[in-house]
Design a protein around this ligand. Structure first.
Ligand code: GTB
Length: 222
């Protein structure tokens, strides 16, 4: 079954007031970036934290989070599912040949299932557990787990621009996940990956998506 987009494109949800002050770390950024790479127009519905947990939004997202994606009668949550759906519908983020396509999708899953979990652990350790008595002892373990993942990733990337040929959903998701690490300084230990992230960030589609979500923060009343 196909779901025709409205003339103005699908609607995604995003934070009305993003805690990162519009620095592109909230997950609507991945979806915006994919839409920009694919040249697709989209609408954004901004939500307050209260609205995210209200029944109307819970009907779209069982966990009351952003982003969601609405296109005709199709409703999606989870950035991996949304970005993959977009990449399958529009040319530009998945290679044409079946094996290369499968490998690009594998890299997307690697970003979400192998690289992102230890990075999220670090966020939890630094932000939510900092006042626990065991926090200082745990932090080096969490950081070591991140480096254990980043070292082989850097080896695999080597001197290539992207993970497997042309820029794909795999790179979009991997760079999105790695970006979350930049402020911690941990990425600096892996210059190959630092350069990879910078390369991704300088893509015009990334810049357009970044500017659009930064504009939300700048327009928010304070
Ligand atoms: N697995 C889901 C996906 O990929 O779609 C995760 C979605 C998710 O975590 N959404 C977050 C959310 O809605 C926003 S992106 N949180 C509110 C809640 O759970 O109640 C996570 C995020 C938030 C803020 C920053 N930041 O400020 O730096 C970065 C990332």
């Amino acid at each position: 079954m196909t779901h025709p987009a409205t003339p103005t494109g699908p609607t995604i949800t995003a934070f009305e007031t993003s805690p990162d002050r519009g620095q592109g770390l909230a997950r609507d950024m991945r979806v915006r970036w994919a839409l920009e790479e694919l040249g697709q127009a989209y609408q954004v519905r901004l939500l307050s934290f209260r609205e995210m947990k209200a029944p109307a939004h819970l009907a779209l997202h069982p966990f009351g989070q952003i982003p969601t994606y609405e296109e005709g009668d199709l409703v999606l949550f989870e950035t991996g599912a949304i970005v993959l759906h977009l990449a399958e519908r529009h040319p530009g983020l998945l290679p044409l040949g079946a094996p290369a396509r499968a490998r690009a999708i594998a890299w997307m899953f690697a970003a979400l299932n192998t690289i992102e979990p230890p990075i999220l652990e670090l966020v939890t350790a630094r932000l939510l557990e900092a006042d626990r008595p065991w926090s200082a002892a745990r932090l080096p373990l969490v950081e070591a787990r991140i480096h254990d993942r980043l070292r082989p990733l850097a080896v695999r990337l080597g001197d290539a621009d992207w993970l497997d040929g042309d820029f794909s959903v795999g790179d979009l998701m991997m760079a999105s996940v790695l970006l979350r690490l930049r402020a911690s300084g941990l990425l600096d230990a892996h210059p190959i990956l630092s350069r990879y992230v910078t390369r991704a960030e300088t893509r015009p589609a990334y810049r357009r998506a970044f500017d659009a979500q930064l504009a939300v923060f700048r327009a928010a009343p304070r």
